[in-house]
Design a protein around this ligand. Structure first.
Ligand SMILES: NC(=O)c1ccc[n+]([C@@H]2O[C@H](COP(=O)([O-])OP(=O)(O)OC[C@H]3O[C@@H](n4cnc5c(N)ncnc54)[C@H](OP(=O)(O)O)[C@@H]3O)[C@@H](O)[C@H]2O)c1
Length: 318
């Protein structure tokens, strides 16, 4: 089968397409013919070997996982002897977080992994582009008690996590203010934001408005600058930057306003099933910026690393 191999850390050019043997499913695994996958920020971080301390887990000298790609949609092509939940021909979507392997024509996943039948009516590219952003956003939103009667500001609302956070916060009934660049205002409004702010025209920390929750969905803001825009008892949700771990510990004991940085992320089948229901109920849609064929993975990766994508970048796999 064709697969994109990453056998050393470095820029996107270290990736190359190679013919390798198909993986063989263990008794509790299914082998999936991948129709679509994505390039996301986790793939990029893993390939860069960044931040450096992450190499303790990803491989000190060389990446432990040689095929990247965590999100996928495809068709079950073969099942292990103990598999009961899936059968050959089932269309599935999910995320193989930490193990990766989806930048290939086939991958194996345990049936108990975050994998579920594809939502009815969705295409493979749409189904591939939903799990990572949604699960990361859910992981942050849950401890912040986002619901009707509460207000949330989402900074970086146009990214993968941001577009998910807007839709989920809206679904949970909160009053949603989304902050993004002018070019993304309409997209973000169409996802259900009640108010939108163009960060190139207005600094939300200076307009006098306050919120119960501020979600920095793109890792570019800071608790220090947001504090004055949080209500008493307010929560700052972080997705990046090591200092937020320290702040999360500190503010859990001291002060009225809290930093929440839920790491490491937990990806569960339950959340993929929740997402399937949401999509089928018309409450969630994938935001896809660009499509690339698998062979153009370097170009796709370079684009993701501009940090300018709107939503998600899909790789189609033949
Ligand atoms: N906690 C975890 O386990 C975990 C896992 C994966 C990723 N992450 C982190 O989560 C963050 C978001 O990931 P993502 O995949 O959602 O990002 P993404 O999709 O790459 O975000 C891109 C979006 O961010 C916007 N943006 C870029 N710079 C901005 C700025 N200074 N202010 C406001 N918006 C800005 C861009 O639009 P414009 O530039 O046009 O405004 C673009 O739409 C990243 O820091 C990533 O490292 C965390």
């Amino acid at each position: 089968m064709k697969a994109v191999v990453c056998d050393r850390y470095g820029p996107p050019d270290v990736l190359f397409l190679q013919d390798i043997a198909r993986p063989v499913p263990k008794p509790d695994e299914v082998r999936i013919k991948v129709h679509a996958t994505t390039v996301n920020r986790s793939d990029c971080g893993y390939r860069q070997g960044a931040p450096p301390y992450a190499r303790l887990f990803t491989g000190l000298i060389r990446p432990r996982r040689k095929i990247l790609g965590s999100e996928l949609a495809g068709e079950v092509e073969s099942v292990g002897s103990a598999v009961t939940e899936f059968k050959v021909g089932d269309q599935v979507f999910g995320i193989n977080a930490w193990k990766f392997g989806a930048h290939a024509q086939f991958l194996c996943m345990r049936e108990s992994a975050p994998l579920a039948p594809m939502p009815a009516g969705l295409s493979f590219p749409e189904a591939a582009a939903v799990c990572d952003g949604v699960i990361l956003a859910l992981m942050c939103l849950r401890p912040a008690d986002v619901r009707k009667g509460r207000s949330i500001l989402i900074y970086g609302a146009s990214g993968s996590i941001g577009t998910a956070a807007v839709q989920l916060s809206r679904y949970f009934g909160a009053d949603v203010t989304a902050v993004c660049n002018a070019k993304n205002l309409e997209t973000v409004r169409s996802l259900g934001a009640d108010q939108v702010i163009d960060y190139t025209q207005e600094d939300f920390t200076q307009n006098g408005q306050t919120y119960d929750v501020i979600f920095d969905a793109v890792g570019k803001h800071s608790f220090r600058r947001c504090q004055g825009s949080l209500n008493q008892g307010g929560i700052y949700l972080a997705t990046d930057q090591l200092q937020n771990l320290v702040l999360a510990l500190w503010t859990s004991r001291i002060g009225d306003k809290k930093v929440v940085f839920p790491v490491p992320p937990r990806y569960t089948k339950q959340d993929v099933m929740f997402l399937k229901q949401l999509i089928e109920a018309g409450q969630y849609r994938a935001v896809i910026d660009r499509y690339f064929p698998l062979k153009d993975v370097i170009e796709a990766t370079r684009y993701v690393e501009t940090e300018q994508k709107t939503g998600n970048v899909v790789l189609t796999v033949g």
